[in-house]
Write a protein that binds this ligand. Structure first.
Ligand code: HEC
Ligand code: HEC
Ligand code: HEC
Ligand code: HEC
Ligand code: HEC
Length: 267
């Protein structure tokens, strides 16, 4: 009896603690689907609970940048987003393993190009695309980005692991370039430090402006370097690792000079 009472007491104390505690910080929740009210793909798929394989893709989309930027299913899959009739809605929607599907690996660059033109222009020049279109052994967009591009990788060891999947697999012809994973990890690290030193300089510039210092030359240099780094990142999808690295390091060196010059002026 005493034990039960104690248990009840404990429950109610814990209960109070739980209810009076401040809400835990949560991961940003997806907004309501109001923006997609007239999109039949989204509305119908939101309610599909089975099979898991289909249902899970809706949730990947829900948590993606594409969802937040109003890119509905039909923008990639095709079909008719106004029809609630399954057959009609799915007209033109083919499973990605069908060669005619807009999302078959060989067709992805073309499909993604409508919005990612510069990246795709770089990608189609690469050895990867040549091998993808020729024999299907090169990676396509979703090999590296998965279904909803929830897999953009900015952590060097993860980049190395991604490239190593083929470049250090003896069964894969890509293994003739076993240094690629390390070189690629270094490129990503070089992008990051260049990004950071530009951001640092921009902070110092804004402090300098508050003090009404004349910083026109420094401002112009940082602006130019920002553009150059963007260009270096576009080279990434050509997988010209040497050039990407060279450009990123050049940006880093020049931005560091600006940062040091600003620091010398007491910023
Ligand atoms: C009225 C409900 C409904 C609408 C509207 C709808 N779907 Fe579906 N969709 C389904 C169901 C149910 C499945 C499960 C597979 C099946 O039986 O066709 C499915 C399957 C799919 C699949 C997987 C196909 C496969 O076989 O692997 C894709 C991709 C897909 N839908 C995309 C879309 C797109 C894009 C739209 C809008 C243009 C859309 N759906 C509209 C109900 C719907
Ligand atoms: C940015 C482009 C893009 C958008 C937007 C998109 N998908 Fe996909 N989807 C793909 C690609 C590419 C694949 C194939 C690669 C994969 O499965 O990883 C795919 C695969 C799928 C599959 C698996 C099909 C199969 O047979 O294996 C389903 C189901 C699916 N998507 C549903 C949806 C639904 C539902 C939406 C919207 C709520 C959506 N997708 C939005 C690009 C997209
Ligand atoms: C209708 C336009 C559209 C299409 C088609 C499209 N995307 Fe996107 N994608 C976007 C927009 C908009 C963003 C967000 C860009 C930003 O915020 O800078 C984005 C972002 C991305 C990102 C970065 C995600 C992140 O979290 O940073 C990747 C990777 C990506 N898309 C891959 C793809 C791939 C692969 C395809 C083709 C299967 C595709 N996209 C098709 C519009 C599109
Ligand atoms: C071999 C792997 C690989 C392939 C193939 C690949 N990407 Fe990427 N992608 C990456 C990595 C790693 C990054 C992050 C590095 C960066 O650019 O900063 C990235 C970044 C991106 C971004 C985000 C850029 C930004 O500035 O936020 C987009 C969009 C994108 N890729 C689209 C695509 C599209 C479209 C394709 C197919 C034409 C593709 N990618 C093919 C590895 C790949
Ligand atoms: C799905 C397998 C696959 C993945 C994943 C992959 N590659 Fe490749 N890669 C290949 C194939 C296949 C070739 C062409 C090999 C040949 O010439 O026969 C290639 C060639 C290359 C080349 C050209 C080598 C040269 O000097 O001509 C570079 C650079 C490259 N990959 C970089 C990368 C990077 C960076 C990553 C990771 C972000 C990556 N690859 C991930 C399959 C892959």
């Amino acid at each position: 009896m005493a034990k039960v009472k104690f248990g009840l007491l404990l429950c109610s104390v814990l209960g109070m603690a739980v209810f009076s505690a401040p809400p835990l910080q949560k991961k940003a929740q997806p907004q309501s689907l109001a923006a997609y009210r007239n999109n039949s793909c989204v509305m119908c798929h939101a309610d599909l609970t089975e099979p898991l394989r289909i249902s899970s893709h809706f949730f990947e989309w829900l948590d993606s940048k594409h969802q937040r930027k109003a890119v509905g299913c039909e923008k990639c899959h095709g079909g008719d987003p106004q029809s609630y009739n399954v057959q009609q809605a799915h007209r033109g929607v083919l499973r990605p393993d069908f060669p005619q599907s807009r999302l078959h690996p060989e067709n992805q660059p073309e499909t993604c190009k409508s919005c990612h033109q510069e990246i795709v222009n770089g990608f189609v020049k690469s050895e990867h695309n040549l091998k993808l279109q020729g024999s299907g052994v090169g990676p396509s967009c979703t090999t590296c980005h998965h279904h909803m591009a929830t897999a953009v990788i900015y952590w060097p060891p993860q980049t190395a692991a991604l490239c190593a999947r083929c470049h250090q697999d003896d069964q894969n012809r890509a293994s003739q370039y076993p240094l690629v994973p390390n070189e690629a990890a270094d490129v990503i690290a070089a992008f990051t430090r260049a990004d950071e030193v530009i951001e640092w300089s921009q902070f110092l510039l804004s402090e300098g402006k508050k003090r009404r210092l004349s910083l026109k030359a420094e401002e112009a240099e940082i602006k130019a370097l920002n553009e150059r780094l963007k260009d270096a990142k576009l080279r990434w999808h050509e997988f010209d690792l040497k050039l990407s690295r060279q450009r990123a390091d050049e940006v880093f060196t020049r931005a560091t000079k600006v940062k040091d010059a600003l620091a010398k002026r007491g910023l």
